[in-house]
Write a protein that binds this ligand. Structure first.
Ligand SMILES: Nc1ncnc2c1ncn2[C@@H]1O[C@H](COP(=O)(O)OP(=O)(O)OP(=O)(O)O)[C@@H](O)[C@H]1O
Ligand SMILES: [Mg+2]
Length: 378
């Protein structure tokens, strides 16, 4: 089976045309080699899971990598400490059954009857101490339950183990990577008593993760090259990559989706060299189609009137606003991937978002127009 462009979930190189992200993986490897703990928090469909999978592939010979996800773990598990601890170990055991059968069996033997986080901590100590290689823990979709007290106690435990390890008094994961949309570092645990005060910011041991996960025009070239070679097409890849970047600012899903539209909709039957006009046609199509990224964009705007009004002010009325990270609304828009800081001003992060939001807001204004007779722009 030939390769295709993918816009639904994780990309794997055997099946999908992919942007070569080895440069980013190399930078992330350095953080892991340095035994750092960190969070990869990036907007929806920004290539987090794909990146984690690539890290896993790159490091699996060197380290014992445990790559799990809290996706679908269920809220009930997070309501009960014992249930959570056992579920966490079960996820690890399941993962190890694909990675290293011997280590899986060793963990199963250590995992007798865990009642609380303290006992879970002991199991981790004994497992890591006896492991052949250094153990790296990756948890994807970590913010599925991050507003939960139990989750905060869990990362508090990881933090305490990290601090003890630093002074040679515990065995724990060499590196921990938590991935999700929200930043776990900024969460605050509810302080119930004096002793717990030290947990105030349970993830404050994490180093900043500043690696740009958007695709540069140069990186986009690598995916188009792969496509052109496989389909024996001669095309101006440099120009096409620049054009894709112009509309998407390198947002991974948007880049792949535009390519997929050109390949599967515009040249569905006869594969021909792409032109700049094809990219424009694909932009027109993406602006009208339903997809999960735009669904969550609209949902987030519908559910947050303040954010809606703020963006309406920028996009529809053309008002200029200063970028200030302490402003929670700007922070939220940035976290969702809607805003960027452009020369100190709030800018919509890419042309496709800008156009899609504009069309949607104008349509909503037309609802009001019908009701009140007020004209647009007044
Ligand atoms: N290396 C890559 N090359 C090409 N496209 C990519 C690459 N990485 C991600 N994408 C595009 O982004 C989409 C989302 O990727 P992925 O599922 O890894 O992101 P995510 O941040 O984990 O998403 P979510 O927030 O929904 O969990 C992919 O379906 C693909 O369209
Ligand atoms: Mg993901």
């Amino acid at each position: 089976m030939g390769k295709r462009f993918n816009s639904t979930g994780v990309c794997v190189s055997q099946k999908h045309y992919m942007v070569d992200i080895s440069n980013k993986i190399e930078q992330i490897k350095k953080l892991i080699d340095n035994e750092f703990y960190f969070t990869i928090n990036r907007p929806r469909q920004y290539g987090k899971t794909t990146t984690l999978n690539e890290i896993n592939n790159k490091l699996k010979e060197l380290y014992l990598v445990i790559n799990i996800s809290f996706e679908g773990i269920g809220d009930i598990v997070f309501e009960d400490e014992k249930k959570f601890c056992n579920k966490f170990l079960k996820l690890i055991i399941k993962e190890l059954s694909f990675v290293d059968k011997e280590e899986k069996e060793r963990l199963e033997k250590l995992n007798l009857e865990i009642n609380d986080i303290e006992e879970l901590s002991e199991v981790i100590t004994r497992f890591v101490e006896g492991a052949e290689k250094d153990v790296v823990l990756i948890v994807d979709e970590v913010d599925k339950s991050s507003n939960n007290q139990l989750f905060l106690s869990f990362i508090g435990m990881l933090r305490n183990k990290y601090l003890s390890r630093e002074v040679g008094k515990d065995f724990t994961f060499k590196s921990v990577i938590l991935a999700g949309v929200h930043d776990v570092k900024s969460l605050k645990i509810k302080i119930r008593n004096e002793n717990e005060a030290k947990y105030n910011s349970p993830w404050n041991i994490a180093v900043d993760f500043n690696i740009d996960m958007s695709f540069s025009p140069k990186e986009i070239i690598t995916m188009l090259n792969e496509y052109a070679i496989e389909n024996s097409l001669l095309m101006d890849i440099d120009k096409l990559s620049e054009e894709l970047h112009f509309f998407t600012s390198g947002y991974p899903f948007l880049v792949s989706r535009l390519c997929q539209i050109v390949d599967e909709k515009i040249y569905e039957f006869d594969k021909e060299p792409w032109t700049i006009k094809d990219i424009h046609k694909a932009v027109k199509i993406i602006l009208e189609e339903k997809n999960t990224l735009f669904d969550s964009l609209i949902k987030n705007l519908e559910n947050n009137k303040e954010l809606y009004d703020y963006i309406e002010d920028i996009i529809v009325r053309g008002n200029v606003k200063s970028f200030n990270n302490d402003n929670p609304l700007i922070e939220l828009g940035y976290l969702y991937g809607y805003f960027e800081n452009k020369d100190g001003k709030v800018n919509i992060s890419n042309r496709i978002f800008s156009e899609r939001i504009y069309n949607y807001m104008i349509s909503k204004l037309e609802n009001d127009y019908n009701k009140t007779g007020i004209c647009l722009g007044q």
